[in-house]
Write a protein of this length. Structure first.
Length: 261
């Protein structure tokens, strides 16, 4: 079984890519909805949550774990690797490398939570992979919460998003990295603002390919999906249609359940 976790709904964008790439794998999605958003928390808090959830997923029998959250990966994937030696782990990091490679203007932007935006790990990723490309990092507080509350096409939020994107586009950024898994669900709203001046870069497909490489026998199951949440599991399940993921409901093994409370 593959365990995939996030603070809330965002990691469902990664789950969807994995479910498509590995249709027979059994998947366990864990949303830490009692503590979302992670992006406004300090590193120690995020690390403690990531370690507790990672160990819980391992105890449930997960033989591959995906940290489907840029914020959790930046703050705690290294600590989780230390705690779960030998267990294959996949983290999610902003697509700086593909964006820098695809940029024609030599300018890219990364949209991320406040926690990811100030992280050492993002600074190192940019240092290692942006080459001569100029990278603007834009913290977007509150955006993940918009997704959690399913305000995916709210006009006030569109104005707020425009205020963040306008200076980046004016500066010539032609690749905008979605550096938080929640932002994948804002793609239609963001695409309307960007209006072909830039490409939105998301790494869910790349993460799914990495899972295919690491899965081995974990790829072979009955294609069942289990949903767990630390608060309001019913909301997690009910959000699937609003997020364009109704097709995942067919794989559900039962109703979403509370866990690790
Ligand atoms: N989905 C998460 C990420 O990729 C975190 C959002 C949040 O909880 O603030 O960064």
């Amino acid at each position: 079984m593959i365990g995939i976790f996030d603070s809330g709904l965002g990691g469902l964008s990664v789950l969807a890519a994995i479910a498509s790439a590995l249709p027979q794998a059994d998947l366990l999605y864990f949303a830490d909805t009692a503590h979302v958003p992670y992006g406004d928390r300090d590193d120690a808090f995020i690390r403690q949550r990531v370690l507790a959830i990672g160990k819980h997923l391992a105890a449930q029998g997960c033989t591959l774990i995906v940290v489907a959250c840029n914020t959790a990966t930046a703050a705690a994937v290294a600590a989780l690797r230390e705690q779960l030696p030998g267990l294959p782990l996949v983290g999610v990091e902003p697509g700086v490398k593909p964006a820098a490679a695809a940029s024609r203007s030599g300018r890219i932007a990364v949209l991320a939570t406040a926690s990811t935006a100030r992280s050492q790990r993002l600074a190192q990723l940019i240092e290692a992979h942006a080459g001569g490309v100029q990278v603007a990092v834009e913290a977007c507080p509150g955006w993940a919460t918009r997704v959690e509350t399913l305000q995916l096409d709210d006009p006030d939020f569109a104005d707020e998003a425009r205020r963040h994107l306008a200076p980046l586009l004016a500066a010539g950024a032609d690749q905008i990295v979605l550096g938080c898994t929640h932002y994948a669900f804002l793609r239609p709203l963001l695409e309307a603002i960007v209006a072909q001046r830039a490409t939105l870069v998301d790494v869910a497909e790349a993460v799914a390919r990495q899972c295919v490489r690491l899965a081995g026998a974990t790829a072979l199951g009955q294609g069942r999906l289990t949903l767990l949440a630390t608060a309001h599991p019913e909301r997690l399940q009910a959000a699937l249609p609003a997020l364009g993921l109704s097709w995942l409901s067919d794989r559900l093994s039962g109703a979403a359940r509370l866990a690790l409370t």
